[in-house]
Design a protein. Sequence first.
Length: 94
Amino acid sequence: MTNNNFPISKLRQPVISGLTRSEHWRRCQLKRLEALLKNHQTEVLEALFTDLGKPSTEGLFEILAVLQEIRLVQKKINRWMKPKSIPVPIYLKP
């Protein structure tokens, strides 16, 4: 199936129904992304230089920033995924 004929409804349905990916799945994806950046750092730096003209030092800071963001998400994802009750003003209640 190509991107052109992929039904967008398949992507919207889980979100609308409230079904989302598990914390375990998200943590695995974060670990894989972290490993990808670490294992292919040279290729990423080359691509940043070729595509965007970024020097390797600047590219390295970009990679380090993403790795720090990944660590932050890994630390806080449990709390971020907990359901949270939000007060609704009386005039918006049915």
